[in-house]
Design a protein around this ligand. Structure first.
Ligand SMILES: Nc1ncnc2c1ncn2[C@@H]1O[C@H](COP(=O)(O)OP(=O)(O)OP(=O)(O)O)[C@@H](O)[C@H]1O
Ligand SMILES: O=C(O)c1ccc[n+]([C@@H]2O[C@H](COP(=O)([O-])O)[C@@H](O)[C@H]2O)c1
Length: 210
């Protein structure tokens, strides 16, 4: 069965780094990929744009293609958007279908601080997306999980529902939403760091302009 891969994020705003790595992950894993905006992302300050504005940005960014879709379930849930809750829902819906949680290297390094983090391995595989420009330190506790669970070939993930970690070598793009917010706030125009759809409606970038 084709795996279902989930790429969660704050998407404040969505940028070409997100879209490129999500697209390449769908190719490398031969998976359906859903982008999942987080209403209340745990472990970070309140986003600059509202949840609805960030979701509207994602919709505009993904218009005109059908490989990447949006799963908006976290938008409809109150309280912190814990990934373990989302994966429990998905597991109940999807039965034994392989699930893959896609995380950039930086997000993966923070995993041991996540809510019920060990439970995640029972519910899903993890695909770690290479990301340049950030100094990422993996704790010993995380290395232990990696050593036990690492598989080299992404195709192996389609043979069982959960529990493996695979590193996905995707095109390195040193783009972050932080940098884009800085550029917009200082009156610059990061035209080619953002998907064209975000320029179609001036309201989509308004939250970031000063
Ligand atoms: N350029 C990139 N390459 C690989 N992964 C990325 C890239 N940008 C974001 N990600 C991953 O996308 C997911 C969602 O990230 P998020 O929405 O926080 O974007 P961000 O650019 O890291 O934002 P911010 O700068 O506000 O922290 C995370 O797993 C993150 O590691
Ligand atoms: O469940 C958690 O405890 C948890 C802690 C930190 C981050 N996450 C999720 O990780 C994804 C990336 O987070 P962020 O902050 O880099 O956008 C996003 O889907 C968050 O909801 C989840």
């Amino acid at each position: 069965m084709k795996p279902l891969a989930i790429f969660g994020g704050t998407f404040d705003p969505v940028h070409i780094g997100h879209l490129t790595v999500a697209w390449e992950a769908s190719e490398l894993l031969d998976a359906e990929v859903r982008l999942m905006p987080s209403r209340t992302p745990p472990h970070r300050a309140t986003p600059c744009a509202s949840a609805e504005q960030r979701l509207a940005g994602l919709r505009a960014a993904l218009a005109g293609q059908s490989r990447l879709t949006i799963d908006d379930r976290e938008m409809r849930r109150e309280g912190p958007s814990y990934t373990v809750d989302t994966l429990r829902e998905l597991r109940a819906e999807q039965g034994d279908r392989p699930l893959v949680l896609l995380l950039g290297e930086d997000a993966f390094a923070g995993l041991p601080a996540w809510h019920e983090w060990r439970e995640l391995f029972r519910l899903t595989h993890i695909g770690v997306l290479s990301r340049p420009g950030l100094s990422v330190v993996r704790s010993e506790i995380l290395w232990r999980e990696i050593t036990e669970r690492r598989v080299a070939n992404p195709v192996v993930l389609s043979h069982c529902p959960a529990g493996a970690i695979v590193e996905l070598r995707v095109t390195a793009l040193e783009v972050s939403a932080t940098r884009i917010r800085e550029l917009l706030a200082s009156g610059r125009d990061p035209r080619y760091l953002l998907p064209a759809g975000l320029f179609a409606d001036p309201a989509l970038l308004q939250p970031y302009r000063r």
